[in-house]
Structure formats: C-alpha cells, structure tokens
Design a protein around this ligand. Structure first.
Ligand SMILES: NC(=O)c1ccc[n+]([C@@H]2O[C@H](COP(=O)([O-])OP(=O)(O)OC[C@H]3O[C@@H](n4cnc5c(N)ncnc54)[C@H](O)[C@@H]3O)[C@@H](O)[C@H]2O)c1
Ligand SMILES: O=c1ccn([C@@H]2O[C@H](COP(=O)(O)OP(=O)(O)O[C@H]3O[C@H](CO)[C@@H](O)[C@H](O)[C@H]3O)[C@@H](O)[C@H]2O)c(=O)[nH]1
Length: 436
C-alpha cells in the first residue's frame, strides 16, 4: 500500500520507516528542508536504535522517500498519517495548530479520497475538528474519512515498540477506513499483535489515559521511595514485591528523579485540561504532577546532604537525556537540575553518550559547565558523581577505576543504577533513591 506520513520527527520517521519495512511505499513530508536533505542522504536527524538501518533499507530499496511538498505528499497515497507536534500551551492544553495546518493543507491539496489518520497525541474529539476543518477548506465534493491511531512507542526502543506493539488502537467511523487500517497493520496482526477497533473519540482518549496512568505509577513509586528513605525500607524490593502481583506489574515502578520527555509532562497537563473543560476536576493527576515536580528539589537535597555545600565543588554528571538510548532532552530532569547545581556554585563536567550536542545548545559550555567525551574523563578529580540517566554503559563502568580517578568517592545515584552494598564494598560513599 502507498502511505503518506506528515511530520518527520520521532514518531513520523519511525512510523514511515517501519511501514516501509512492512512492505509499503512511503513518502514522508517534513517541513524543515535541512531535515529532508539529511534524510535523503540517508542520515537520521535523531538518534533512535535501529532507525538508521530501516532508513537505509527503505531508501536503497526505493520504498521510502522524503519531501517538503505537502501537496505531493497528500496526493501520493490514500492514507495520510498526521505525525506533527502537539506541544503544551501556557494553560496546559494541547496546541493543535500543527494538526489544524495539516488538515487545512490536506483539504486544499487533495484530488481524490483520503483517509486522514491522527497519530499525533490529541485531545478526545479532535477528530471532529479535523473533519470540520477539511470540510471547510475542501470546497468541492471529494470523500474523506478521519481516523485515530494513537502511537504508543517509547523513545529509545521506538522501532522495536512499533514492530512489536502491546496493542494497536484504531478509531474509525466507517468500513472503508477500518478496512484500510486493518490491511495496513495486517503484517503485525498476522504475527499475533492485538488490534482494537473503536470509535475515534475512544481511541483518542485511550492514549491520554494510558500516558497519564503510567505517569501516575511513577509518581506513586517515587512517593513510596521517599517513605522508604524515612523508614529504612528498600524501594527496589518494595517495587519487586508489588510487581509480582499481575494486577500491578513491575514495569514503570522505577523510582528516580521523576518523569520527563516530550510526552508524559505535556500529556498529563493536557488530560487535566481536557477533564476541566468538561467540568471534571482530575485532582489525582494534579498530585501526580506535584510529586513529579518535587523530585528535583529532593535530589538537590540529597546532594547537599552528601556534600554540605556545592560552592566550587567539582561535580561529575553522568547522563543528560530524559531516559537512556535517546538523544532527546525535552523536559529532561537534567534541564532543571544542572542550572540549580550551577546556581549553587558547582563546577560541572558532564557526559552523556548521545545527548550532549542537544544539551550544549541549551546550556553553552563554559568554565563552570564542561562537556567531555568520555565517562572516565568526567570523573577525573571530581568530588562527587551524580547519575541522572541510567545508560547501560554506566551500569557496566569500571567503578574501581572511577573511584581511583575521583578526588572524593561520593556517588549520588538518581536512577538506582548500582547496588548499595556493592558500591560501599568498593569504597564509595553511595546515596541513591529510596534505599539506605
Ligand atoms: N516522541 C514520542 O515518543 C511520541 C510517542 C507517541 C506519540 N507521540 C506524539 O506524536 C506527535 C509527534 O511527536 P514527535 O516527538 O515525533 O514530535 P517532533 O517534534 O519530533 O516531530 C514533529 C515534526 O513534524 C514537523 N512538522 C510540523 N508541521 C508540519 C507540516 N505542516 N508539514 C510537515 N512537517 C511538519 C516538524 O518540523 C517536526 O519535524 C506528538 O503529538 C506526540 O505527543 C510522540
Ligand atoms: O519506571 C519508570 C519508567 C519511566 N520513568 C521516566 O519516565 C519518562 C518517560 O519514559 P518512557 O515512558 O520510557 O519514555 P517515552 O518515550 O516518554 O514514552 C512514553 O510516552 C510516549 C509518548 O506518548 C508513549 O508513546 C509511550 O508509550 C510512553 O511510555 C522518562 O523520563 C523515564 O526516566 C521513570 O522515572 N520510572
């Protein structure tokens, strides 16, 4: 099948590359010309494991192309995936201007039937706005449908998640849209991955409800971690003990410095606003946000308890990305932590395997904040090491070497990468989350 994808970011690129891998002919429309030029050369503008290989396969096989021309994109196929951004507005609601733009431009460009599919995360009933916008700007009698097909991939494992989904959700209004979506996903449903067909509003709501629930799990366990610290219990064992219960599950019970990324913070905000707009107070989610925002202060407290003061302290930082295996720093806890540490007088040497380029665009390097190309370089002469992202290479680091390189062997681990007994046996003064 021919497929058009509008938006060549994390979701659009992975969606396009995976649909091409599954045997379709795909055209990705991206409005930033530099990204398109890069992609045409076979270079990915983002780091995502497995994506480079799929892009190469698609480009060399002729099944994956890129353009800046939305008219060309819209008329390339019958099915047009909307994969543009839906960031937060100041009041917390989702900014739908990019989605509106795609709906409008699709209406103006289309010459025959289109199925417009929302893959971007949008508030419930956005499909009605999309439909109305297309109708308004179409001005001629061409049939079209609007469907919702929310995306559940995680950054850092996006290609794997797309090709091995826990579920595929498709919200449609008619048989034609349903048949197109079922055909498109057949290679995955034939392998046993479940496809749930709903109406569009339900599909839209499933996405915000899922993300908000996961964020709630994280805030819950972070609160329990604080309780553990004050009572001498061990959060890792508490999470394990809870997780064996199939009704709870162990996933997303990792205590730490809070959730970040381009999705949870904005989607929880949007869900609160969606409820408010229909007269419901989702106070539970406001508490989830509050607990999350307090994680930064709690971590700084921990650092100060360990070091007494940060003035002129040489601090190594491992990890800047909001999670491992990505170069994405959107809403990363590091964006709040680093300026706090600098304000308190710390002199930082930071290292991240993939996110340093993005981070150094926000915080330019200087005397107090240096970026180094190696994790061992970061800890040389340091009076403390702070771990902000649980990259696997940190868990595998030669910690004896680290201890020898540091001036003081103090580690404050915001992601519980190490076992306290092991670290103490190696001679570290080790602080972590929810464990003594
Ligand atoms: N990042 C994730 O892990 C993830 C997962 C699931 C769902 N989502 C949702 O998917 C959507 C996209 O997220 P993302 O992280 O890929 O965003 P992104 O910012 O990485 O990518 C969006 C891209 O769309 C392009 N764009 C905007 N308007 C355009 C237009 N008119 N024509 C062509 N290109 C246009 C932008 O230039 C950008 O490259 C959001 O709604 C997000 O909430 C994201
Ligand atoms: O037990 C956990 C799990 C995650 N996190 C943090 O939560 C954030 C989000 O992590 P994750 O969900 O793995 O990454 P995302 O790429 O943001 O993916 C989420 O957001 C996407 C965008 O909507 C959805 O598609 C995914 O299903 C959903 O998991 C990160 O800061 C993690 O460090 C924790 O603190 N503890």
């Amino acid at each position: 099948m021919r497929v058009t994808v509008i938006g060549g970011g994390y979701v659009g690129l992975v969606t396009g590359a995976c649909f091409s891998h599954l045997g379709n002919e795909v055209l990705i429309v991206e409005k930033v010309p530099e990204k398109v030029e890069k992609l045409r050369r076979g270079e990915s503008p983002i780091y995502e494991p497995g994506l480079d290989e799929l892009l190469k396969e698609g480009i060399e096989g002729g099944s994956l192309r890129f353009t800046t021309d939305i008219e060309e994109g819209v008329n390339f196929s019958d099915v047009v995936f909307i994969c543009v951004g839906t960031p937060s507005l100041p009041d917390g609601s989702a900014d739908l201007s990019q989605v509106e733009e795609v709906a409008r431009l699709t209406a103006k460009s289309m010459k025959s039937y289109k199925l417009l599919v929302e893959k971007s995360t949008v508030p419930v009933n956005t499909h009605q706005l999309v439909k109305k916008t297309v109708q308004r700007y179409l001005g001629r009698d061409i049939p079209f449908d609007v469907a919702s097909n929310p995306e559940f991939l995680r950054e850092g494992s996006a290609v794997y998640d797309f090709l091995n989904p826990d579920r595929i959700v498709v919200g449609v209004e008619g048989d034609k849209a349903r048949e197109i979506m079922e055909e498109l996903y057949r290679p995955l449903t034939e392998r046993g991955f479940p496809l749930l067909v709903t109406d569009p509003a339900t599909a839209e709501l499933i996405k915000h409800a899922s993300n908000s629930f996961l964020a709630m799990k994280i805030s819950f366990i972070n609160m329990v971690a604080d309780l553990c610290e004050r009572t001498g219990a061990d959060i890792e064992l508490v999470a394990e003990g809870m997780g064996y219960d199939k009704r709870i599950g162990r996933a997303f019970l990792n205590a730490g410095i809070g959730y970040g990324g381009s999705c949870f913070p904005k989607d929880v905000k949007a869900f609160i606003k969606i409820a408010e707009d229909v007269g419901l107070d989702f106070g539970l989610l406001r508490e989830v946000e509050k607990i999350n925002s307090e994680r930064i202060g709690r971590f700084i407290e921990k650092v100060l308890n360990a070091l007494w003061t940060l003035k002129d302290k040489k601090i190594a930082v491992w990890g800047l990305a909001f999670k491992p295996n990505t170069d994405d720093i959107r809403e990363a806890p590091s964006l709040k932590l680093i300026p706090e540490l600098l304000k308190k007088g710390a002199r930082i040497r930071a290292y991240d395997p993939k996110a340093m380029e993005n981070f150094s665009r926000v915080f330019l390097p200087g005397d107090d904040l240096m970026y180094v190309q190696d994790k061992y370089e970061a800890v040389k002469g340091a009076e403390a090491l702070l771990i902000l992202t649980e990259w696997e290479e940190f868990a595998k680091a030669d910690m004896e070497k680290v201890r020898e390189l540091m001036e003081l062997p103090i580690v404050v681990d915001g992601r519980n990468v190490f076992k306290p007994n092991h670290m103490r046996a190696l001679g570290f003064e080790y602080y972590s989350i929810g464990r003594s």
